[in-house]
Design a protein around this ligand. Structure first.
Ligand code: SF4
Ligand code: SF4
Length: 361
C-alpha cells in the first residue's frame, strides 16, 4: 500500500523553497467543475450546474503556470471534482509539484481508491453524527451512511482522509463531540464555517454560498464556546488541522464583532474556476485567466485590487481567513509545522478502528 504522503525529494525541496520565498501565493483552490450530484441546503452550485470546463491539457498547462508562480498547495473542489473523467490524470500530475487535497461529498471517493492514492489528502464532507440531520443538510437521503462508509474505506486503504464539517447553527453544539469521535479514530478534521455569498462584485467568479436561515449561526455564545473547546482539544492532539491562531481569531469575531486580520485575497491565496478564470476569492470578479499568470501577478492592476480586498470584510469563509492569517513566510512555516505533525501522525497510524459505532437512527 503506497502512502500518498511519501513525497519525492524534488517536491519536498520545492515546497521548502517556496515556503521561504516572500510575495508569492501559498494556496490555490481550483473549482474544477460546476457539476454536482448533491443538493446541499447552503449551496447554489447544484441549482446552477454547467457542463463547460477546461480540458485535461488546459488544466495541466495551468498547473505549470501555478508551479512557476510558486504556489505550494492546491485544493481541488467544485462542484464535485471526482465527477470529472480525467481526475486521475489531474491528481497524478498536480501531486508531482504541489501538496494536493481533493474534496468529495462522500458519494464518489469509495469508488476511486486508486485515483485518490495520487492525492496527498482527501477531504470528505460530513456535518454531524446524526444521519437524519446530515441528510437534511446535504439534501440527499442516505448521504450520512455513504460518507461514513467512504471514510471507513479510505482509512482502511491507507488514504489520508480527513473530515470537513461545515459549522452552522444545525451542528454548532455538536462539533466538539463530533471532533472527539473522529480524533479517537485517528482521523483529522478541517472545518468550514457556514457563510453565504453577499454581493461584493456583481459578476462574481463562482456562486456557492446560498443564504439559509436554519444554517446561519445565531447562537454566538455557542460559537465562542466551540472555539475554546477546539483550542483546548488542539493542545492534546494534532488531529485538528486548523491552527489555534485561526480559532482565536474566530472567537474574537464572535465575542467582539471585530476582525483581527486583513483579507489577503489575490496575495496569499486565489481561486480558479472551471473555465480557468482567476479571482481573489469566489465572490470577486474574474481578473485574469490562469494562462495570463504569472506575468500579471506583479502588475500595478493586481496591486490595486489587493488594496481593495485588504479592506474587505464581506465574508467569513474559514479557508479565506486561514490563508489571510497564515500567508507570510512565518505563517507558511506555522502551516508547514502543523502539516508535518499531521503527516507524521498519519504515517504512524496502523490500525483501523470501526466507525460503525456512531449513532444510527
Ligand atoms: S456544497 Fe458541495 S457537495 Fe453540496 S451541492 Fe454544493 S458543490 Fe455539491
Ligand atoms: S473578505 Fe476577502 S475573501 Fe471575503 S469577500 Fe472580501 S475579498 Fe473576498
Amino acid at each position: 500500500m503506497t502512502c500518498p504522503l511519501v513525497m519525492t525529494l524534488e517536491k519536498t525541496a520545492r515546497i521548502a523553497r517556496c515556503s521561504l520565498t516572500p510575495n508569492r501565493p501559498y494556496h490555490v483552490q481550483w473549482m474544477l467543475t460546476r457539476k454536482c450530484n448533491y443538493r446541499c441546503k447552503g449551496c447554489s452550485v447544484w441549482g446552477e450546474q454547467e457542463g463547460n470546463e477546461l480540458s485535461t491539457a488546459e488544466v495541466k498547462k495551468g498547473l505549470h503556470v501555478l508551479k512557476d508562480l510558486g504556489v505550494i498547495e492546491i485544493v481541488f473542489s467544485g462542484g464535485a471534482p471526482l465527477l470529472r473523467d480525467d481526475i486521475d490524470e489531474i491528481l497524478e500530475y498536480a501531486s508531482r509539484f504541489f501538496v494536493t487535497t481533493v474534496y468529495d461529498n462522500g458519494s464518489l471517493a469509495a469508488d476511486k481508491i486508486e485515483t485518490l492514492r495520487k492525492a496527498d489528502f482527501v477531504a470528505i464532507s460530513l456535518d454531524t453524527l446524526d444521519p437524519k440531520k446530515n441528510d437534511f443538510a446535504k439534501g440527499v437521503k442516505g448521504s450520512w451512511n455513504k460518507s461514513m462508509k467512504t471514510i471507513e474505506t479510505l482509512q482502511k486503504e491507507g488514504i489520508s482522509v480527513s473530515i470537513s464539517p461545515t459549522i452552522s447553527q444545525l451542528n454548532v453544539n455538536e462539533i466538539t463531540s463530533f471532533t472527539k469521535y473522529f480524533n479517537e479514530r485517528n482521523i483529522p478534521l478541517w472545518y468550514c464555517l457556514y457563510s453565504y455569498d453577499t454581493t461584493v462584485d456583481s459578476d462574481q467568479l463562482f456562486r456557492i454560498g446560498k443564504e439559509n436561515e436554519e444554517l446561519n449561526i445565531a447562537d454566538k455564545d455557542a460559537m465562542v464556546k466551540l472555539c475554546d473547546s477546539l483550542i483546548d482539544l488542539k493542545k492534546k492532539n494534532s488531529n485538528i488541522l486548523v491552527t489555534s491562531k485561526l480559532l482565536e481569531a474566530i472567537k474574537h469575531l464572535y465575542l467582539h464583532g471585530e476582525r483581527t486580520w486583513k483579507c489577503h485575497a489575490l496575495q496569499n491565496f486565489f481561486m480558479i474556476d472551471h473555465l480557468g478564470r482567476v479571482a481573489g476569492c469566489h465572490l470577486r470578479k474574474p481578473v485574469a485567466s490562469i494562462f495570463n499568470l504569472p506575468n500579471v501577478w506583479h502588475s500595478p492592476e493586481f496591486n490595486e485590487l489587493r488594496k481593495t480586498y485588504n479592506q474587505c470584510t464581506q465574508c467569513t469563509y474559514l479557508c479565506y481567513i486561514f490563508y489571510s492569517l497564515h500567508g507570510s513566510v512565518l505563517g507558511n512555516l506555522q502551516i508547514a509545522q502543523d502539516r508535518w505533525r499531521t503527516a507524521r501522525l498519519l504515517l504512524k497510524k496502523n490500525s483501523f478502528t470501526s466507525l460503525n459505532s456512531a449513532k444510527q437512527t
